[in-house]
Write a protein that binds this ligand. Structure first.
Ligand SMILES: NC(=O)c1ccc[n+]([C@@H]2O[C@H](COP(=O)([O-])OP(=O)(O)OC[C@H]3O[C@@H](n4cnc5c(N)ncnc54)[C@H](OP(=O)(O)O)[C@@H]3O)[C@@H](O)[C@H]2O)c1
Length: 320
């Protein structure tokens, strides 16, 4: 395999760390662009990885960072914006990836991997899904045949450090007895972060993925209620999950929208009106039940370490 120089946006995040560690293990040199270098110094231990503090919204600065790269990966995404108008989503999900693509074009970077989301659709029900959908379409159109783009559209992603199950885990701890749950019947096919990262990294050199968009799902579907009940069980918490009716779910979203940190927002509520499951697409094999117990609570430290050791060696055997 040819060793490449790869520029990664959003490589410091939950999915990014997994992608970057795989790229480093394959011998690629990786430039990580971040808004705050000091927060991610732990990634410097990976061979061939450099971390460059960058104002990613400054087109000149972004373009300069692409010098010498031959592939670009964009993994930036937000679930909530600071305001309520959709401007924050547009800036992060549409303007930034399009600027990244222009910067790639300027430096003749001919391979781009782009992270979108399942149900991304310019006509979608939320700012999140609309802006993800617009960006995906525009990127594939603008790239033409000068840049080979592949997009990834995962359902919710789980794994150590995820913001989905871990968020419910924290809320469950704070809520004794009855747990009121908005959108309890929304459906998901959670996909393991390791599978997503493998799929992205394998696509880099695979010409059959050029121009393609992949829906990525895990092996099983669950309602949100089932996922929350599972999370409570893994933590050894006895909770009764009560599904809120539609109007109360919306009311909860309208209130939480103004709570610091926006634990739930109207935009999240609107996104949940579409089930996050794959009609067609890639079914990744790792099950929630085989991984989530290792980070949600009850597993002891030694069995967690054993699991991650096994994963690490399996990955490095494959690479070697
Ligand atoms: N996690 C999921 O369940 C899931 C599901 C479907 C799709 N996705 C998509 O997969 C991608 C990766 O998700 P993730 O969970 O790994 O995300 P994440 O950890 O929340 O964030 C990824 C990185 O994006 C950068 N970032 C965050 N907010 C930004 C902003 N306002 N402007 C510029 N950069 C910003 C941050 O890098 P710095 O702070 O270093 O600059 C961060 O490390 C995203 O595109 C997301 O939409 C995720």
């Amino acid at each position: 395999m040819r060793e490449r120089s790869i520029c990664v946006l959003g490589g410091t995040g939950f999915v990014g760390k997994q992608v970057v560690s795989r790229l480093a293990a394959q011998g690629h040199s990786v430039k990580l662009l971040t808004r705050r270098r000091e927060r991610h110094r732990e990634l410097l231990v990976l061979p061939g990885v450099s971390i460059l503090e960058t104002d990613v919204y400054d087109q000149n600065e972004l373009t300069k960072r692409l010098v010498g790269c031959d592939a670009g990966i964009n993994l930036v995404g937000i679930l909530n914006e600071r305001g309520h108008s959709g401007k924050g989503f547009r800036k992060t999900h549409v303007d930034l990836p399009l600027n990244f693509l222009r910067a790639c074009e300027q430096h003749r970077v001919t391979r781009v991997l782009h992270m979108s989301a399942l149900n991304a659709d310019p006509d979608g029900p939320s700012h999140y899904l609309r802006t993800k959908g617009e960006a995906e379409n525009q990127i594939h159109t603008l790239a033409g045949n000068r840049i080979q783009v592949t997009s990834f559209r995962p359902s919710v992603i789980f794994g150590e450090g995820d913001s989905f199950l871990n968020r419910f885990a924290a809320l469950l701890k704070l809520t004794p007895g009855i747990f009121p749950l908005a959108c309890a019947d929304a459906r998901f096919a959670p996909v393991y972060v390791g599978d997503v990262a493998d799929f992205i990294v394998n696509a880099l050199e695979d010409k059959s993925t050029y121009g393609q968009r992949y829906d990525l799902c895990g092996p099983h579907e669950y309602t949100l209620r089932q996922l929350v009940e599972f999370t409570a069980k893994m933590q050894g918490l006895e909770r009764t999950v009560i599904g809120l009716p539609g109007w109360l779910s919306k009311l909860q979203a309208s209130v939480f929208e103004f709570v610091p940190g926006k634990p739930f927002s109207l935009d999240n509520y609107n996104s949940l009106s579409r089930d996050s499951v794959c009609e067609q697409g890639i079914t990744c094999t790792t099950s929630l039940e085989s991984i989530a117990p290792l980070y949600l609570g009850n597993a002891d430290r030694e069995s967690r370490m054993q699991h991650f050791r096994t994963e690490y060696w399996a990955k490095n055997d494959k690479v070697g």
